[in-house]
Design a protein around this ligand. Structure first.
Ligand SMILES: [Mg+2]
Length: 437
């Protein structure tokens, strides 16, 4: 059982639709583990850990995780630690010939439900959105999510109440960043004034939705439901940075449309705000894609501030942290949906982890409109998603044979390096890592 980590390399891609960072960890026995850094993140979060894992035995996943855990953080900062943890599990699986779900204690289900994000570009009506969602249903998806938020109201006179000039500023600087779903957040959307406007918390923007705005959004959802019917779950995301009062008023209007959950209606760290919103509506409140480590979900769960937790396996810290979260779901009576906006590497990690979790609703999927997404890796069944489910593979590790070089090279990120180029400049990175003296 002696195995040594010898190298770590990355390939940044874009256009399917997100900026994704594929990760490989190499060993002295020829086994290569696949992982991925969180979407729209930086490979640096993984590469800075290379010197900490070189020479280690990759089979000791927990020991290595404990060493590098201190370098992870919330949102994209969790991407390096999490991506490495996933790649280590892939190595363990390939070494022993065992699928990841089995390493995590076996599976609760043979196939995992996928929930499909849907967006409609530009000015459109609830009927247009309904038609787009209906198309998803026709292709077999059984669980849906759409955007519903203040971007729909920016051109509707009298729909939003805001400090004079602030809506113009919003339109000018960060509309795409704050409301977008497909495509990647890139640097130009998140620096200087853009960054300032984008990072004002919901409760400080001073923006509220008027009765006219609420009428508009309610009618939009009614048109959606008139098109797709009432029998399929429909979640709502990207509502925008508006205060809790407007979120509650909107939730009350939408209760009769059977909303599966409202997502990220306040920054996740404000437990009391989320608790207040949760107590004042019957719509389940959901957050978690930016939370690092299972323990940081617990205040929200203990206070019943959320009914659905939404971990990203590439932010929470990987497979074992997701399993810990599942235990907490059991204890507090809360469901989990898995956030996923990356490549098939992250997707398959999420599928194995979801199969091994008891309290899972579905795994997210963003790339239904990007056929090449399915060709980024080799060895997965075709079609991968059938009738809205993924069959959990029995091949070792993640169940992926390898990266598909031709497809990945077609989508290499224009500004971020090449195809798994050498990374020896990171071999000597060092700090006195101990967390206490
Ligand atoms: Mg989201």
């Amino acid at each position: 059982m002696e195995l040594k980590i010898t190298d770590m390399r990355v390939a940044d891609i874009e256009g399917l639709p997100k900026h994704c960072i594929l990760l490989k960890i190499y060993t002295d026995r020829g086994i290569v583990g696949l992982g991925e850094v969180r979407d729209a993140s930086s490979a640096t979060y993984a590469l800075m850990l290379k010197s900490r894992i070189l020479g280690e035995n990759p089979l000791n996943v927990t020991k290595i995780f404990d060493r590098i855990k201190q370098f992870g953080g919330h949102s994209r900062q969790g991407g390096g630690v999490s991506g490495i943890e996933i790649a280590l599990w892939d190595i363990v699986g390939k070494y022993y010939g065992i699928p990841l779900y089995q390493l995590l204690g076996g599976k609760y289900r043979d196939k995992v439900r996928v929930y499909c994000d849907t967006d409609v570009a530009g000015r459109h009506t609830g009927r247009d959105m309904g038609k787009a969602l209906k198309k998803r249903m026709d292709s077999g998806f059984t669980y849906l999510k759409m955007d519903l938020g203040m971007d729909l109201l920016l051109d509707v006179a009298g729909a939003l109440n805001a400090p004079a000039g602030s809506l113009d500023e919003l339109k000018k600087y960060n509309l795409k960043a704050i409301t977008h779903q497909s495509g990647s957040i890139d640097k130009c959307l998140m620096h200087e004034k853009n960054y300032e406007v984008f990072t004002v918390p919901h409760h400080v923007t001073g923006i509220s939705v008027t009765q006219k705005g609420l009428d508009y959004l309610e009618n939009y959802v009614k048109e959606v439901r008139d098109t797709i019917g009432y029998e399929i779950p429909l979640a709502i995301d990207h509502i925008g940075h508006i205060g809790a009062g407007s979120i509650i008023a909107l939730a009350k209007r939408l209760e009769k449309y059977n909303i599966a959950w409202m997502e990220d209606v306040a920054p996740w760290m404000y437990t009391e705000i989320l608790r207040e919103i949760s107590r004042r509506t019957t719509i389940p409140i959901c957050t978690g894609e930016d939370i690092y480590l299972a323990q940081n979900f617990e205040p929200l769960m203990r206070e019943r501030a959320v009914s659905v937790v939404h971990p990203d396996v590439l932010t929470i810290g990987g497979a074992m942290e997701a399993k810990k979260l599942d235990g907490m779901c059991d204890r507090y009576g809360i469901a989990a949906a898995i956030h996923m906006a990356e490549s098939p590497v992250a997707f398959m990690a999420a599928v194995h982890i979801a199969a091994s979790m008891k309290n899972v609703l579905a795994v997210e999927f963003h790339s239904a409109d990007y056929p090449d997404w399915f060709h980024l890796v080799k060895g997965l069944p075709k079609p991968l998603i059938r009738d809205g489910y993924v069959q959990v593979p029995d091949a070792p590790g993640l169940g992926i044979e390898d990266i598909d070089e031709n497809t990945v090279k077609k989508y290499l990120h224009k500004e971020r390096g090449g195809f798994f180029e050498e990374t020896s400049r990171w071999d000597e990175e060092w700090a006195n890592d101990r967390e206490w003296s």
